[in-house]
Design a protein around this ligand. Structure first.
Ligand code: 5GP
Length: 104
């Protein structure tokens, strides 16, 4: 699998090159992680995505949130150890409903 976070059958949504899964330790009523299959270690390297792929990734974050029934939500990306990142494969946290603090 392209990232240790993702296991067979975990997906709540999938599109070409991207998946969304439930966070194993949710910090909110809904806590999803959106990941690219392309290995990019962190948001710092987001420029490694071709422009069309970067746009598709952002569209997928928004589409997934909507499909999970979220209208209002937060999108968080932890960048680097000092920024709370613990898994070094780019992922977008999508947090909806009651939030119990920032994911770290
Ligand atoms: P980070 O701290 O890197 O921004 O976010 C990593 C996230 O991955 C955390 O919110 C953590 O709860 C979640 N996580 C860690 N291990 C697993 C796992 O094996 N499966 C899933 N689905 N989430 C995980």
């Amino acid at each position: 699998m392209f990232c240790r976070l993702v296991r067979e059958g975990d997906h709540v949504a999938k599109t070409d090159g991207f998946v969304a899964i439930n966070d194993i330790n949710p910090r909110a009523d809904t806590h999803l992680l959106v990941l690219p299959e392309r290995h990019v270690p962190s948001f710092r390297e987001v420029g490694e995505f071709p422009p069309d792929e970067a746009k598709r990734m952002l569209d997928f974050v928004a589409d997934t949130a909507r499909e999970q029934g979220l209208e209002d939500y937060r999108v968080v990306v932890n960048v680097g150890e000092g920024g709370g990142q613990t898994v070094f494969h780019l992922h977008w946290h999508v947090l909806g409903g009651r939030v119990q603090g920032l994911p770290a």
